[in-house]
Write a protein that binds this ligand. Structure first.
Ligand SMILES: N[C@@H](CCC[C@H](N)C(=O)O)C(=O)O
Length: 289
């Protein structure tokens, strides 16, 4: 029997597959089938919970972090990092009794993340530093085009400031870019409006998942792009900069410190646990060639 759990962080939702010894095959078709909201369990992505020592991509991190978040997007593709996913991953580790409140290290493809589980239900993640790759890029939806800021949070983001979040349209399809070859590895696109001092709202179209109700790495990218637009750089002023980021699924608080390290704080909830039907799971590859 294969156990699964379902959880979310500000409604960025995940199918969680506990697999300490890395014994469960998760080809892209299996991930896509699990994430299918009509024919599967449903989620924006999968959190495959594996001991670092048991996974070839994380074995070298086993001394620093016992657990590896093998994150997959909803279409089965692999991503370097998932900010909401790390919080939900830590909440699962706590629920399963693998860790207790306090500090936990989680291995990801984007390196080891320092996670703090607090008593009030919030979880803070050390997300590392942002880089802002050079390059003039525009993002278009329907007949509107905006300049975008490139921000890399371990994974790529393009942040566009808009007058109205409705201008991002349905986001059923990925936004278009110019130049068209700007993101050979694909990109997550954030649309941002101002809400007040240190406060913005955003929508996101995620690489490999479509529009989601929240994106942690995206919120960090938005905080950094907004700070630079506002002329606020903690490395220059020596003072941390904090933004409240409203997403369709809730609020994340992002702080960038003078050394460039970014912290993200938000909720993480486990909502269900169950067993995957063995015949269905075994048949996925033929059902979803
Ligand atoms: N929702 C995530 C980001 C997941 C990865 C992203 N779709 C990508 O392909 O880079 C988050 O909370 O950061």
């Amino acid at each position: 029997m294969t156990t699964f759990l379902k959880g979310h962080g500000t409604e960025n939702d995940f199918v969680i597959i506990p697999d300490p010894e890395n014994a469960i095959a998760l080809p892209p078709a299996a991930v896509a089938a699990l994430c299918d909201r009509r024919a599967g369990i449903g989620g924006d992505g999968v959190l495959h919970v594996v001991r670092s020592a048991a996974h070839p991509e994380a074995r070298h991190l086993a001394d620093e972090a016992e657990w590896f978040m093998d994150y997959r997007n909803g279409d089965g593709s692999i991503a370097e990092m998932c900010g909401n996913g790390v919080r939900v991953f830590a909440r699962y580790l706590q629920l399963a009794g693998h860790v207790t409140e306090g500090d936990v290290a989680v291995a990801t493809r984007g390196g080891v993340k320092a996670v703090h589980i607090d008593k009030e239900g919030l979880i803070t993640v050390g997300m590392g530093k942002a880089t802002l790759p050079a390059g003039d890029v525009t993002v278009s939806v329907d007949d509107r085009t905006w300049p975008a800021t490139n921000v890399n949070m371990g994974n790529p983001h393009a942040v566009a400031f808009v007058d109205d979040l409705g201008h991002a349209g349905t986001l059923y399809d990925p936004p278009l870019f110019a130049p068209a070859n700007a993101y050979p590895q694909g990109v997550n696109v954030e649309f941002v409006v101002d809400r007040g001092p240190g406060h913005v709202a955003m929508r996101v179209h995620e690489r490999g998942s479509g529009e989601t109700r929240s994106c942690g790495t995206g919120a960090c990218a938005v905080a950094v792009a907004t700070a630079r637009r506002d002329g606020r750089d903690p490395a220059v002023t020596g003072a941390p900069v904090t933004y409240e980021i409203d997403l369709p699924g809730g609020r994340l608080t992002i702080t960038e410190r003078p050394d460039g390290e970014i912290e993200m704080t938000g909720p993480a909830v486990i909502v269900a646990e169950g067993e995957i039907d063995a015949d269905w799971f075994a048949g996925i590859e033929t059902v979803n060639p």
